[in-house]
Design a protein around this ligand. Structure first.
Ligand SMILES: [Fe+2]
Length: 237
């Protein structure tokens, strides 16, 4: 089995289309998606249209949940995305489950039990990324029977093997890479081989400047800087 894995599109249709074009040449059996699809000042409705047409097996992210349910101090980017969506698009978003499974592969946004916890990579108060320890990562995987656990949310790509042989893979972010200076559109491919699962973490170049202009048109210059550089906005998780 060979799967393409994408996560954290955050409304960036230019980045999503570059990833979808790349995936089309990879001969995968299926593409799965790990949430936070629409919250970004780029083209949330365009991303919703594209993903609804593709009907990928998906799990929802924390910002998908915030767009659907609202919260006490609604974040203006979630409000922007919500206001851009049609009723049909909101229904589609509301119907996405919190976790999923494709055979021996488990899907979640943050960790198996939370769409908010940064699992494989933390970000400190200065916005610097750090690798979380094997002990803390393994604790979050307790009780999940799967050969591969897929997660997103950190926007930072990482693949690691737990002591018991399970593989945990975060593909990074399609539309909003953070904190590590890699502004490409990131996704992953996993494939079952004779001795276990192979993982590839892929960074696809795309028209960052077009996405930056969408952010500027919406009045968000820091988001334009972020999509150009891949460095800022850790508070946006
Ligand atoms: Fe998230």
């Amino acid at each position: 089995m060979k799967l393409a894995v994408l996560s954290d599109v955050h409304g960036n249709l230019h980045a999503l289309d570059a990833v979808l074009e790349d995936i089309a040449g990879q001969g995968v059996d299926q593409t799965v998606a790990l949430g936070d699809f629409l919250s970004g000042p780029y083209d949330p409705a365009g991303v919703a249209d594209r993903l609804m047409a593709l009907d990928l097996q998906s799990v929802r992210g924390n910002h998908d949940r915030f767009i659907v349910n609202g919260r006490k101090d609604d974040w203006e980017i979630d409000v922007l995305a919500r206001n851009a969506l049609s009723a049909a698009q909101k229904d589609w978003l509301a119907g996405i489950p919190a976790t999923g499974r494709v055979g021996d592969v488990f899907l979640c946004h943050g960790t198996p039990s939370s769409d908010m916890v940064l699992w494989l990579t933390g970000i400190d108060d200065d916005g610097k990324a750090f690798y979380r320890s094997q002990e803390s990562i393994t604790r979050e995987a307790e009780g999940v029977e799967a050969e591969v656990l897929l997660c997103g949310h950190t926007h930072i790509a990482r693949s690691l093997r737990l002591g018991d042989g399970r593989l945990v893979v975060n593909p990074g972010s399609v539309g909003m890479p953070l904190a590590i200076g890699s502004p490409a559109a990131h996704y992953a491919i996993i494939e079952k081989m004779t001795h276990g699962w192979r993982s590839s973490l892929i960074a696809v170049p795309y028209d960052n400047e077009a996405a930056a202009h969408q952010a500027l048109d919406h009045g968000y210059p820091t988001w334009a800087d972020s999509v150009r550089s891949g460095w800022s906005l850790p508070w946006a998780l």
